[in-house]
Each structure stands twice: as structure tokens, then as C-alpha cells.
Design a protein around this ligand. Structure first.
Ligand code: AMP
Length: 279
């Protein structure tokens, strides 16, 4: 496994490899969710590259950029064990040298939900992912369904800009009690970690309601709201039931695939989760 810190070094190392490349973009502090993406990339490509870059342009001024958990040595050990070929770990200055001004705006899909609460977040995401795509020149790139709106933003960017890399979406990997794995789960104290079960519990209850025939958008959102409301440590940021493709909020009876998603605050952590209904 080679770890490269500059764009020319990465390109040289890639050029020396024959065959297809799968790219897994991450911000590090790896967990089993990331490693599931890596395993899938290994199955489908001759070689795998993982990027580890805590991307400053996707953090707002009041967000956790400085505090974001980092442990490069541990990440590299996990990736070596997983059989990764290339790790790309650039500095912020390598990715954003002075004078870099171009940013990618993906339009309507980046506006609601996370985009509304985190202004500029998806411009940062779309820009860094486009840069990583251009640097890596991979045949396939792997993203987690846990970040549902991010997936749609990247798909829109790739489609609109004729990106040749295929985008592969991998289902959310969860802890045994249902909590979606996230690098930010480390912020939770033990009681908060228990309270955090209400995210996946609420989504599961709504899924069960949907399976039982419930189609009212309000009723399905309400199932999640009540489940979260039972946990005093948890504050709702939003609960959304939106068109799965456009992310426009739905009212009335559901007639096609819908994304049920939520964001909450628990202590220092802001956590998101989602399920798709009617896929
Ligand atoms: P991050 O390091 O949080 O930016 O995540 C890097 C990639 O891993 C993104 O495509 C995430 O959607 C994906 N990912 C993070 N957590 C999970 C999870 N629990 N299950 C599946 N994919 C995940």
C-alpha cells in the first residue's frame, strides 16, 4: 500500500498500476461503514484507492472542522489490512492552493434538508468530489447511502458535468442496535449513545407502518417525530419525507419512492439517518 500526499505523486503511483481503479472518498477516522465501501470496491476493481481528506470547504464557520476526529495511523493500518493499493492524503493547501476559486453548484438538489441547514456544504462536497474524480480517474467511485442527499448531489454533478466515473451507492452499515455508523458517533457520551438509538428506531417504525399500508406523508413523519420526542437528550433538526429523486418535500398520499430522512442534535453531535420507502 502506498500513501501519497500530493496530486503528482498520486498520479504517478496510479499510472504504474494496470487495470481498473475503484475510489473510496473519505474524511478518515474509519469505521466498518467505510470498510464496507472498500470491500465492495475491491470486489469490482483491479485496484482500490481511498482518499482521506477532511475537506474544509464543506464545513460551515460554526461547524466541527477543527474538532473532527482524526487518527491517520489507525486508518492506514485498517486500509493496509483491507488490501487497499493507494491512499491519497493531501493537505488542504494541496487541494486548495491560493487562487483556487472555482466551486461547483449542483442546483435544486443541494438546497433543502442538509443544504438548508448547512449553507455551502454541498458546494464544498461537489467541488472536492469533482477534484478527487479528476485526480483519481477511477472507473468507479463508492458512496454510502447514509449520506442520502450527498449521493444525489454527486449523481447530479456527475451527470451534469459528463463525469465518466460510475457512482456506486452502498447500503448504510449499522451498529448492532441500529445506529448508523458515523465518525461523529465518537462525540456521544454513554447516555447519549443509548438515546441515539431513537433515530433508527423511528425510521424502522415508519418503515413498518409503510409496509402495513400507511401512505400518508404526515402520518409517516409523525411516527418518527414521536419516537424522537420520547428521548429528552435528542433535539430534532428536521424530519423529512421527500421525493426520492428531487428531494422536494411530499404532502398527501405517497405514490412513488420517497426518502424519509432526519437530522438531530444529541449533545455535541449532529447525526443524520434515512431510509427509502417504496423502492
Ligand atoms: P465520511 O468519512 O463520513 O465523509 O464518509 C465517507 C464515505 O463513507 C461516504 O460516502 C459516506 O456516505 C460513507 N459512509 C459513512 N458512514 C457510512 C455507513 N454507516 N454506512 C455506509 N457508508 C457510510
Amino acid at each position: 500500500m502506498q500513501t501519497l500526499h500530493t496530486i503528482p505523486d498520486f498520479r504517478r503511483a496510479h499510472a504504474a498500476l494496470a487495470g481498473s481503479l475503484g475510489l473510496v472518498p473519505t474524511m478518515g477516522y474509519l469505521h466498518e461503514g467505510h470498510l464496507t465501501l472498500v470491500r465492495r470496491a475491491k470486489e469490482e476493481n483491479d485496484h482500490v484507492a481511498v482518499s482521506i481528506f477532511v475537506n474544509p470547504t464543506q464545513f460551515g464557520p460554526a461547524e466541527d472542522l477543527a474538532a473532527y476526529p482524526r487518527d491517520l495511523d489507525r486508518d492506514l493500518a485498517l486500509l493496509r489490512k483491507a488490501g487497499v493499493d493507494l491512499v491519497f492524503n493531501p493537505s488542504p493547501a494541496e487541494m486548495y492552493p491560493p487562487g483556487q476559486e472555482s466551486m461547483i453548484d449542483t442546483g435544486s438538489v443541494s438546497q433543502p434538508l442538509e443544504g438548508q441547514r448547512r449553507p455551502g456544504h454541498f458546494r464544498g462536497v461537489a467541488t472536492v468530489v469533482a477534484k478527487l474524480f479528476n485526480i483519481a480517474q477511477a472507473q468507479r467511485a463508492y458512496f454510502g447511502a447514509k449520506d442520502a442527499q450527498q449521493v444525489r448531489v454527486i449523481q447530479r454533478m456527475a451527470r451534469d458535468l459528463d463525469v465518466p466515473t460510475a457512482i456506486i451507492v452502498v447500503p448504510t452499515v449499522r451498529e448492532p442496535d441500529g445506529l448508523a455508523m458515523s465518525s461523529r458517533n465518537v462525540y456521544l457520551t454513554p447516555p447519549e449513545r443509548i438515546a441515539a438509538r431513537c433515530l433508527s428506531r423511528g425510521l424502522r417504525l415508519a418503515e413498518a407502518g409503510y409496509a402495513g399500508g400507511e401512505r400518508s406523508a404526515d402520518a409517516l413523519r409523525e411516527v418518527v417525530r414521536q419516537t424522537i420526542a420520547a428521548e429528552p437528550l435528542v433535539t430534532v433538526d428536521y424530519i423529512s419525507l421527500a421525493d426520492s429523486e428531487t428531494l422536494a418535500e411530499l404532502e398527501g398520499p405517497l405514490t412513488r419512492a420517497a426518502l424519509l430522512s432526519l437530522a438531530v442534535r444529541i449533545g455535541k453531535a449532529r447525526l443524520i439517518d434515512n431510509v427509502t420507502l417504496g423502492e
